[in-house]
Design a protein around this ligand. Structure first.
Ligand SMILES: O=C(O)CCC(=O)C(=O)O
Ligand SMILES: [Fe+2]
Length: 639
């Protein structure tokens, strides 16, 4: 039996601080091993102490408690010995031992081990400045193999998945499918393990004596929330890509593999399993029809049992959690994109959907969402621009700097709020402007899994076609450009240097209307001419993209009517945050109780961020809609 993990960890850290590198390394490795050992034993006990049906609840609970305690005692000793405090548990969760370990390995000149430990920590703390630098340093060191940059805690199902992806690209379909099947099995069993540990001990913060059912309900909700988060736990850890659903990615590839192998029955079965996540999806239905024809109308094919079980169970849990959310006032962040509307109570239902996925837009870092604001909200914001135009010189219509055929009008957030406080604008509309942009910021942060984003600039802009001057027009409303770099279409390069706004990291365009001619937004390759995606604005439609050359874009001529949008640019760098924004924030009284969060907080927020981008500890105000709705789910993904 290994010494307890916390003892080894603190021992290791103390040897570390005294410069005893080999002692530190051995203790830290021991701590990781011991932590794993306890986890394994708890899993074994959990299985061994299964619940038998047909008994009273009290009897079941007491029996299981007795069984668990004695099973763990035999395997691990007294509970006081192996149970970790929440802090220590969090340290293991964040892979902190690896951060010490990488330094110890480095000092001991074990460079490949050091690189692996550093990389492992980095993946779980991608915004940690020091580890970013360390990984870069290791990469430039001679004698460190590329292979060493690997995740020492990578779940086996991820390893297999990655192997399968490269096998598929090499055309080795059979082996790929084998790997994917194995990966699916392992993913499901990893989920079981993660979920079963949710029932382990939890430290309670403020114990007061309350009604037994209240206490049980609260504890049970905690357990359910923990189980729901297991999906995030077992998802692929990498950066620079929006998070995808592990199960859906797995099944999609698997179906593709079976189809390539012309194993129509299996392809059909997997497609039917996928359909459980998106029952209305036309393309899956078509593929099923196609497979059915290929296998001569085989009609009795059902979804995979394991997948159906997975979907059924998680939906049952979500129902309970949404019930608790509606009636007991608990907060629940649904980690899944695909939860069907029927599961969510009417009052909590949100309308934001992903209208175009990055894939459908032929890029990785671009997405289009619909329903981000309601029709009434569009109307209110549009009337803000009308009033603003009538009330002052700065906001009067002027000729567009981009084209002689259009006039343009712009209004900043701070300006709007200031005008509202002097009575020149409707104050609730000005506030709505603020909260709407805030909503877009949170969605960007959530969808691209970035660290905290700050506003770099915000503007409500309308362009309108000058009547009678549109004949024979061939120019654009807004020429093709990138938002944070100088686009050189000859060289197909984009230079991130002044005069470009180099601090912009993400761009957001929230459209307020659709009743005008022309004015489509389009994306091009860096040549400025090859169009890769094009869309017409509409009320509540939000287009988000990274601001670099990978997202060169322009706007087609507005040849009739008025086109209005809120343009937003976000930066990851707090130093370059828009000063006006903090004054605007003060004006709306949006107190930031969450404070400037520390590095660790930041990382934690991202892991715990729900579908509306709000973490449990995030006390930012709801965004213009009722609190209930904004703390609910916020968008669902279409395939
Ligand atoms: O209004 C739009 O759709 C795009 C405007 C734009 O790209 C910009 O102002 O940088
Ligand atoms: Fe732009």
């Amino acid at each position: 039996l290994l010494p307890p993990a916390d003892l080894l960890l603190w021992d290791g850290i103390s040897l570390f601080s005294r410069g005893d590198w080999s002692g530190a390394r051995d203790r830290l490795l021991g701590a990781l091993r011991s932590h794993r050992e306890v986890r394994g034993q708890k899993l074994r006990c959990g299985k061994q102490c299964g619940i038998q049906g047909g008994k009273w609840l009290e009897e079941v609970v007491l029996e299981r408690a007795d069984c668990l305690v004695s099973c763990e005692r035999i395997g691990l000793g007294e509970p006081t010995r192996y149970r970790l405090t929440r802090d220590t548990e969090r340290n293991f969760h964040r892979a902190t031992p690896y951060n010490y370990l990488q330094v110890a390995h480095y000092r001991l000149e074990e460079l490949n081990e050091a690189a692996a430990a550093a990389f492992t920590f980095y993946l779980r703390n991608p915004h940690h400045q020091q580890i970013q630098d360390d990984v870069i340093r290791f990469r430039s060191m001679k004698g460190v193999r590329e292979k060493s940059f690997r995740d020492l805690e990578e779940p086996n199902h991820v390893t297999l998945f990655t192997q399968a992806v490269s096998l598929l690209s090499e055309g080795k379909i059979k082996s790929a499918v084998g790997r994917l099947e194995e990966s699916l099995t392992l993913f499901l069993s990893a989920q079981e393990d993660c979920r079963s540990l949710c029932e382990g001990t939890q430290e309670q913060e403020n114990e007061v004596h309350r009604d037994i059912s209240e206490v049980i309900a609260e504890y049970y909700i905690q357990v359910l929330q923990c189980k729901q988060r297991c999906v995030l736990e077992d998802s692929y850890k990498g950066q620079k890509h929006p998070r995808e659903d592990t199960m859906i990615s797995l099944l999609t590839l698997l179906e593709e593999g079976y189809a390539k192998l012309e194993n129509w029955e299996s392809a059909n079965q997997i497609a039917r399993s996928l359909l459980l996540f998106h029952p209305q999806n036309k393309t899956i239905q078509e593929r099923i029809y196609h497979y059915k024809k290929k296998s001569y109308g085989q009609n009795s094919i059902k979804p995979r049992k394991s997948v159906a079980g997975y979907v059924h169970r998680t939906l049952e849990e979500k129902k309970l959690l949404y019930y608790a959310m509606e009636n007991l006032g608990i907060s629940f962040q649904d980690p899944d994109f695909w939860t069907p509307d029927e599961i969510v109570p009417e009052s909590l239902r949100e309308t934001v959907t992903v209208a175009l996925t990055p894939n459908q837009m032929n890029g990785t870092m671009r997405v289009t969402m619909d329903g981000v604001i309601s029709k009434e909200e569009c109307k209110a914001l549009l009337s803000l621009t009308k009033e603003a135009a009538g009330s002052g010189d700065v906001l009067r219509w002027r000729r567009s700097p981009h084209t002689p055929y259009e006039r343009i009008q712009g209004l900043g957030v701070l300006r709007a709020l200031q005008m509202a406080s002097s009575g020149a604008l409707d104050s609730s509309q000005a506030q709505l402007y603020y909260h709407t942009s805030e909503r877009a910021r949170v969605l960007t942060q959530f969808y691209f899994e970035t660290k905290k984003l700050h506003f770099s600039y915000t503007q409500l802009v309308c362009q309108s076609a000058i009547e009678g001057e549109q004949e024979g027009r061939t120019d654009l409303s807004h020429p093709v450009q990138a938002d944070n770099c100088e686009l050189d279409t000859e060289e197909k390069e984009c230079y991130r240097e002044p005069p470009a706004y180099v601090h912009r990291d993400y761009s957001g365009l929230l459209y307020l209307n659709e009743d005008f001619q022309g004015g489509d937004l389009f994306f091009t390759a860096m040549d400025g001419t090859t169009v890769t995606a094009e869309l017409h604005p509409s009320c509540g439609r939000l287009v988000l993209f990274s601001s670099g050359g990978e997202n060169a874009h322009g706007v087609r001529a507005v040849t009739g009517g008025k086109r209005c949008a809120i343009e937003m640019w976000f930066t990851e760098s707090a130093e370059h945050a828009d000063q006006e924004r903090s004054r605007a924030k003060a004006l709306v009284g949006d107190g930031d109780l969450s404070q400037e969060s520390s590095e660790s907080e930041n990382t934690k927020n991202i892991r715990e961020t729900g579908r509306d981008g709000r973490s449990a500890s995030d006390s930012e105000k709801p965004t213009g809609r009722s609190h209930r709705r904004s703390s609910g789910r916020s968008f669902k993904d279409e395939l």
